[in-house]
Design a protein around this ligand. Structure first.
Ligand SMILES: Nc1ncnc2c1ncn2[C@@H]1O[C@H](COP(=O)(O)OP(=O)(O)OP(=O)(O)O)[C@@H](O)[C@H]1O
Ligand SMILES: [Mg+2]
Length: 394
């Protein structure tokens, strides 16, 4: 078993790889100070005069929308607490929760974890939130991330109700504010009634990062995640150059991480431009091929990735078909029939995105087993998610 100890104790370019995790938010967000300040000016009104505010954070993929909303809500609720005002912020990912009732359920269970997940209407849940705010004497900020999915799926009704929350006469001064986040200009998707509560100026626009801005972000991550001098300076420039084509900080961080893994795999002790090129190759080879696929094929591929990222080598067409229906629901698409589903599986196999083969002995029935060729399932799921959202915008 020596090989395990050897591999675990072997040299690595990383000192703390968790700092490259997509959910990790650093204490300082380079080049987003102005955005945070604007949020502070707007939401500061809740502290000053007990009024609610509605804000939209808008920007392309990987421009720091989710990161600034998380940092701001953490900082703001702490600041409010120090000033003697209670503010709670609840974050909802509308990609996962795209119906009015599932969003409301998330809000109620924030205050009352035991709240039953069935049997209550949106209005009843709204009343329950109202009571909790009064009891706790606190204001609420509802963060609706990827809100375009909710709007497409369920329309603007919930947003309307939440913006009118403060007008109910039973309210005693504890307000609900909204922080909407989207890649798209969702204000266009609101109806007049909901729109009237949004000030045009309450939009925080996240620009695509320039190569220079990405260098700041990359250098910060290198300091947090890599050993001293483990990343060559030209590597930094190359990563920034590549990621600046989309202005995408997530891509920059992902490339850095993959390049670090390459360096470790080759035991080279330093992350060099060649490692970035290999890392990029892995990501882009499939990316380039995706344009040939239909939306339904893309959804199926995303679902194959979603099951397989849990660790198995194979999944079955039966499982994938069930998940395909879930994906159709997520994206508001009508599922195609079984025969058409089969045709999609065959063409994904033919293109080489998946490997489909009849099950051997030992597996009940005549199942087709599906595996992924050489791309990690987690990367593929993320790539598909991005790609589908990108094509939706067109
Ligand atoms: N200014 C910044 N400083 C440090 N890290 C950043 C900055 N901006 C973004 N990041 C990091 O880049 C990654 C992507 O950012 P984030 O998730 O906020 O993007 P997003 O705009 O929400 O993208 P999407 O539209 O795809 O949801 C995250 O890991 C985040 O921590
Ligand atoms: Mg986001």
């Amino acid at each position: 078993m020596d090989y395990i100890a050897q591999e675990l104790s072997g040299p690595s370019v990383f000192k703390d790889v968790s700092k490259l995790d997509f959910d990790y938010v650093p204490d300082v967000l380079p080049n987003r100070d102005e955005h945070l300040r604007k949020l502070a000016r707007i939401f500061g009104q809740i502290l000053k005069s007990d009024i609610s505010e509605n804000v939209l954070i808008k920007g392309r993929v990987g421009t720091g929308k989710t990161a600034i909303s998380k940092k701001f809500c953490d900082d703001f609720t702490k600041y409010a607490q120090d000033s003697g005002v209670a503010i709670e912020a609840v974050r909802v990912n509308c990609h996962q929760r795209n119906s009015d009732s599932s969003v409301m359920l998330k809000l109620v269970t924030h205050f009352q974890p035991s709240f039953p997940d069935r049997g209550f209407s949106v209005d009843e849940m709204m009343d329950s939130v109202r009571k909790h705010l009064q009891k706790r004497k606190c204001h609420l900020i509802v963060v609706l991330d990827e809100v375009d999915v909710l709007l497409k799926k369920s329309g603007p009704n919930l947003i309307y109700l939440l913006t009118r929350f403060n007008e109910e006469d039973s309210m005693t001064g504890y307000t609900v504010s909204l922080l909407l986040i989207s890649q798209q200009n969702v204000l266009e998707m609101l109806d007049q009634a909901a729109l009237s509560t949004f000030k045009r100026t309450n939009v925080v626009e996240c620009n695509q990062y320039s190569a220079k801005e990405l260098v700041d972000i990359i250098n910060q991550r290198i300091g947090l995640a890599f050993r001293n001098k483990a990343v060559d300076i030209e590597t930094v420039d190359l990563v920034a150059d590549i990621a600046s084509q989309e202005g995408d900080a997530r891509l920059a961080i992902e490339l850095l991480w993959k390049a670090g893994q390459q360096a470790d795999d080759r035991r080279e002790g330093q992350v060099l431009p060649e490692h970035v090129r290999v890392a990029k190759g892995n990501i882009t080879t499939i990316e380039n091929k995706l344009d040939d696929l239909t939306l339904h094929e893309k959804m199926i591929l995303m679902m194959v990735a979603r099951v397989l990222k849990k660790g198995g080598a194979y999944t079955t067409t039966g499982d994938v078909e069930k998940l395909y229906h879930v994906a159709c629901e997520e994206y508001g698409e009508k599922p195609r029939g079984h025969t058409q589903f089969w045709n999609y599986i065959k063409s994904l196999d033919a293109y080489g995105f998946i490997n489909a083969k009849k099950s051997g002995e030992g597996i009940v029935g005549n199942t087709t087993m599906i595996s992924l060729p050489d791309v990690p399932a987690t990367d593929l799921e993320e790539l598909m998610r991005k790609n589908i959202r990108k094509s939706e915008k067109r």
